[in-house]
Design a protein around this ligand. Structure first.
Ligand code: NAG
Ligand code: NAG
Length: 148
């Protein structure tokens, strides 16, 4: 009898301990307050060089299906690897502040349309160490390049 009373007390005490510790695990819900928006304007020049002695974008895979009959070099499904320098001025000789690395896929069978993935990384200046990524479609309409 005495033994079962002790056992009962142990059970009551342990459930109290469990309840006490669990109660502090929860907290009241609080409404979400978003942080104030911060806008940063970045101004740089990207140099994408496809030809010459040291191109910054090279074809790494290609199909034999041309998109336009008169442009034998433009193949549907081509993949280009890119490592474009980012500079502070339009001249390629101006200060390099980072690079844009990624891939371009010629993804349309009927028009010059590309799906581009680029990671812009900064290696100098105020944003040294920062990066952002762009994954988007780029459609060429005559001489215009339209980015979506
Ligand atoms: C592309 O290559 C494949 C495999 O060699 C061939 O069967 C096909 O006819 C080629 N297509 C064109 C448009 O040349
Ligand atoms: C840019 O950041 C890297 C790593 O944080 C550092 O090693 C390098 O010295 C920095 N470069 C400049 C020009 O500040």
């Amino acid at each position: 009898m005495e033994r079962s009373m002790i056992l009962a007390w142990i059970l009551v005490l342990s459930s109290t301990v469990v309840l006490t510790c669990c109660r502090s695990y929860y907290s009241d819900s609080v409404p979400y307050v978003s942080a104030p928006k911060k806008v940063t304007h970045l101004h740089f020049f990207l140099h994408d060089t496809l030809t010459g002695e040291s191109p910054s974008a090279v074809s790494v895979a290609s199909s034999n299906i041309t998109i336009f009959p008169d442009h034998a070099a433009v193949h549907f499904g081509s993949v280009l690897a890119t490592d474009d320098p980012l500079t502070v001025a339009p001249e390629i000789t101006s200060e390099v502040i980072g690079n844009a690395q990624g891939l371009t896929v010629l993804a349309s069978q009927h028009e010059l349309s590309m799906v581009v993935y680029l990671d812009f990384g900064f290696t100098r200046g105020e944003f040294n160490g920062s990066s952002f990524s762009v994954f988007s479609r780029e459609v060429q309409d005559g001489d215009r390049v339209c980015r979506a």
